[in-house]
Design a protein around this ligand. Structure first.
Ligand code: C5P
Ligand code: MG
Length: 208
């Protein structure tokens, strides 16, 4: 027998049992690495918009060609393109019990579009978890990742610096946007992968 709470939620179209988490932080702060850990722990679908763009670029699709013009300079792909791609990816996973958004939203319009899309599904963001890492450490980490990542945007210090600038200029305010909703949590992003993973898990556990 369906319990009464589940029945009421179904009637109202509320689906708050779904988990929607944003992994936030500057480039090179460990979002991708930590997202994989959270996937193992909470069984969520990981959506990295950067990975999706790189996949399209690898296949030389029209979307990939378009994205490349921005990514090679460390600039942001236009919101409409990124939001459309994100929506497609979410729609492709009707079985998911939730999602981890990594590298998205990068702007306020992207955050508004995400909230709107989730509201349309009777869902909402549970929390935004921001990994804090200082600029010097970021540049070091990205340059070292560049030795094996095959990413042109990880190899050039000028491009890396531009990515950090763009983060401060356009992306950081997404933290405030979710802080206003009481959903933003800062996590110390320095330490071993395991240390950071356990900090993150503890924080996520208090919101889901
Ligand atoms: O998230 P990641 O660091 O992998 O993104 C790599 C690049 O992809 C960014 O520097 C940016 O050019 C582009 N991107 C974007 N908008 C997003 C995510 C990534 O323009 N939401
Ligand atoms: Mg990443």
């Amino acid at each position: 027998m369906m319990n009464i709470v589940a029945a009421i939620k179904k009637l109202l179209g509320i689906n708050r049992d779904m988990i929607n988490i944003i992994l936030f932080g500057p480039p090179g702060s460990g979002k991708g690495t930590q997202a994989k850990k959270l996937v193992e722990k909470f069984g969520l679908v990981h959506i990295s918009t950067g990975d999706l763009f790189r996949h399209e670029m690898g296949n030389d699709t029209p979307l990939g060609k378009q994205a490349k013009e921005y990514i090679k300079k460390g600039e942001l792909v236009p919101d409409s393109v990124t939001i459309g791609m994100l929506n497609n990816k979410v729609n492709a996973h009707p079985e998911a019990k939730g999602f981890i958004y990594d590298g998205f939203p990068r702007t306020i319009p992207q955050a508004e579009a995400l909230d709107e899309m989730l509201a349309g599904r009777g869902q909402a963001i549970n929390g935004l978890f921001a990994l804090t890492v200082d600029d010097n450490e970021i540049v070091k980490r990205i340059l070292s990742r560049g030795e094996t990542s095959g990413r042109a945007d990880d190899l050039d210090e000028e491009i890396i610096k531009n990515r950090i600038e763009v983060y401060k200029e356009n992306t950081l305010e997404v933290y405030d946007y979710y802080n206003t909703q009481d959903k933003a949590v800062s996590i110390e992003g320095l330490g071993s992968i395991e240390e950071i993973a356990s900090r993150l898990q503890a924080a996520v556990n208090t919101t889901v």
